[in-house]
Design a protein around this ligand. Structure first.
Ligand code: C2E
Ligand code: CA
Ligand code: CA
Length: 585
């Protein structure tokens, strides 16, 4: 009988600092910091031996930490390979390893060894002083280890650890040659979670791979694209002549990313946030540059213009303000600081009041009354839009229900829905609950959506919107004409109402062609049985022109600004016809 029966293989990972002695002999001089061992749950004091499965997610953190711990400004990757460790009894243990030079005589060694479990579960123990003999023939196995340490498993792009090392190189080069330029781009996929929810995790993975592919296609040979985290990517742009070259590269990359993606044989439009930070000799650590590129990204997000931003010192202050606002906003509902104003929507046919649009305001304790443009984007990013959106909807439904029963008029209430709410899994339940609570007839509610919200996944959006319609609620397409200016998708969506954006209304009387655009939109809408509301009507001339063009409804300062409930109550029985028909006389 063979005494030892193979019962299993245990992979272990060791991270050691070795000091070169003589004759290819190394002395172990250090192990990871104590907290690290604790983190790994390893009770063993020395050497730190941890299970591979647990170790990998932490490895990148460790590398970072170890480099700081041993104060390594510029680690240099040494050979990776298969090493043979010989223990004191002379037994040879094969292990794959990667070594980083962290000082002249010192290397940081990351080893992966496979210990054989016998029936008796004998773990082969190793001595503390080992001789390491490199075995060149089996380099491939070690390459795999190195690959898993420095590359992302999904996209095959370099990962965070890799890019940090390259940033260290770039920073040290620029210190030697302060006239050189390099830059870091930080890229984030907008609403990535929603893509996972809507299309499935597989589609999310596909998208990440496609983004990686696009980055690889677009960068120059000297640049490095890396996956930095879940849906975050970075690009290190090297050897630039000046800042404008960085901008050109960034422009090209950004534009290339925005082209539609094909997922599940569907054309999907994806938006991105991107920040650019120029590398200068003033930066000490890669972290500082990464932080600044991120700050620029957050700034771009806050702007909501769909463009990327270049880092500037003043952005730090803005990002602090933004963080403060987010913090304050999280308490705004409970502190009763939010309020809803109501702007009348008028019939252009007879000047009667048809509906209101609910528009939120925030009475900030120190900053005063804030318009939605200053906090809706923050609410969307932080997810606070879900409770805030539900609060606004409840408030608006309650209000219109009260006015409807007071006046016996079939008034309706328009409420803006944000993209994030459309992805909310229990949106329908939430709406149903609010309707039941406020006893509002669903026909008295119109939810406003925008083109951008639906366009990136038409099929999904259409199915949610159909379910909303199924509740008896109407839908209105807001800001029409500002998004993709594509009319072809309109018939696929169950909308009852379309709001022509203020930018078109504004130009009435200034150029002939704008009227033609409005006319075309009105005709198209009517052919699909959709009513048209003109937004931002400020003059009687605009109102009359819109009426002539066949537009049914109008909203704007000509009639009323968004009003506090008490003010709005005063216009419930008002007829607005004299405000625009008078000038025809
Ligand atoms: P919007 O949905 O396009 O709302 C119309 C905006 O145009 C309102 O700005 C309104 O005050 C303004 N406006 C109306 N008539 C005129 C006019 O004649 N001239 C000019 N210059 N402006 C006019 P407001 O209230 O600042 O809201 C800005 C945006 O914030 C809204 O644009 C909407 O996208 C968002 N928002 C407002 N309330 C909510 C809300 O409750 N939920 C969500 N998700 N978004 C909201
Ligand atoms: Ca609106
Ligand atoms: Ca609008």
């Amino acid at each position: 009988m063979v005494e030892a029966i193979l019962a299993g293989v245990l992979s272990t990972l060791e991270i050691l600092v070795l000091e070169y002695q003589t004759d290819q002999r190394f002395q172990i001089v250090g192990t990871p910091p104590v907290w690290y061992q604790t983190l790994m749950g390893s009770e063993q004091a020395y050497p730190a031996t941890i299970q591979l499965v647990e170790a990998f997610p932490f490895l990148t953190y460790f590398l970072e930490d170890a480099l700081q711990f041993w104060q390594v400004p510029q680690p240099q990757m040494l050979e990776s390979g298969l090493w043979i460790e010989v223990d004191q009894s002379g037994t040879e243990i094969p292990l794959t390893a990667s070594a980083l030079r962290i000082a002249d005589q010192r290397i940081l060694l990351i080893t992966l060894s496979q210990t054989i479990y016998t029936e008796k579960s004998v773990l082969i123990q190793r001595g503390r002083e080992n001789a390491l003999v490199q075995s060149a023939e089996r380099k491939r196995a070690a390459e795999q280890l190195r690959h898993s340490i420095f590359y992302d498993w999904l996209t095959e792009l370099p990962n965070q650890s890799f890019i940090r090392l390259r940033l260290l190189d770039a920073l040290s080069h620029i210190k030697k040659d302060p006239n050189g330029y390099f830059a870091l781009l930080y890229i984030d996929i907008k609403h990535f979670k929603a893509i996972n929810t809507r299309l499935g995790l597989w589609a999310g993975d596909q998208l990440l791979m496609m983004v990686a592919q696009r980055l690889t296609e677009q960068i120059r040979s000297e640049d490095i694209a890396a996956r930095f985290g879940d849906d975050d990517f970075v690009v290190l742009l090297k050897s630039l002549n000046d800042e404008s070259e960085a901008r050109n590269c960034a422009d090209q990359i950004f534009r290339h990313l925005l082209n539609p993606y094909n997922i599940h044989s569907q054309e999907v439009h994806i938006q991105f946030d991107m920040g650019l930070a120029m590398g200068t000799a003033l930066y000490q650590q890669p972290e500082d540059l990464i932080r600044d590129a991120c700050t620029a990204l957050e700034y771009a997000k806050g702007q909501g213009t769909g463009d990327y931003a270049i880092f500037h010192q003043t952005m730090h202050l803005q990002s602090l303000t933004r963080m403060q606002l987010e913090h304050d906003l999280s308490r705004a509902i409970w502190q009763n600081e939010l309020r809803v104003c109501y702007q009348p929507i008028i019939s252009l046919i007879d000047g009667s009041l048809q509906a209101f649009e609910a528009l939120v305001r925030w009475q900030h304790p120190t900053l005063g009354l804030l318009p939605p443009d200053q906090f809706i984007a923050i609410a969307e990013d932080s997810g606070l839009i879900i409770p805030i959106g539900a609060w606004i909807l409840r408030e608006a439904c309650e209000q219109i229900q009260q006015w409807r029963s007071q006046t016996h008029l079939p008034l309706s209430m328009h409420v803006n829905l944000s993209a994030r709410q459309l992805d909310q899994l229990d949106l329908l339940d939430s709406i149903r609950g609010i309707l039941a609570e406020t006893q509002l007839n669903p026909a008295g509610l119109k939810l406003e959506i925008t083109e951008t919200m639906v366009f990136n996944n038409l099929e999904y959006a259409a199915s949610i919107l159909r379910q909303i319609k199924g509740l008896g609620i109407q839908l209105s397409m807001d800001d029409f004409g500002t998004g993709y200016a594509s009319l072809s998708y309109l018939h696929q969506l169950p909308v009852d109402n379309l709001k022509i954006d203020r930018s078109f209304v504004e130009t009435i009387g200034t150029s002939g062609t704008e009227s033609e655009i409005i006319q075309a939109v009105v005709q198209l809408a009517h052919s699909l049985n959709i009513d048209v509301v003109a937004e931002g009507v400020e003059t009687a001339e605009q109102a009359n022109r819109l009426k002539t063009l066949g537009c049914e409804y109008a909203q704007g300062f000509l009639f009323a600004k968004p009003l506090e409930p008490k003010e709005a109550e005063k216009v419930l029985h008002q007829n607005f016809a004299s405000l625009f028909t008078a000038i025809q006389v």
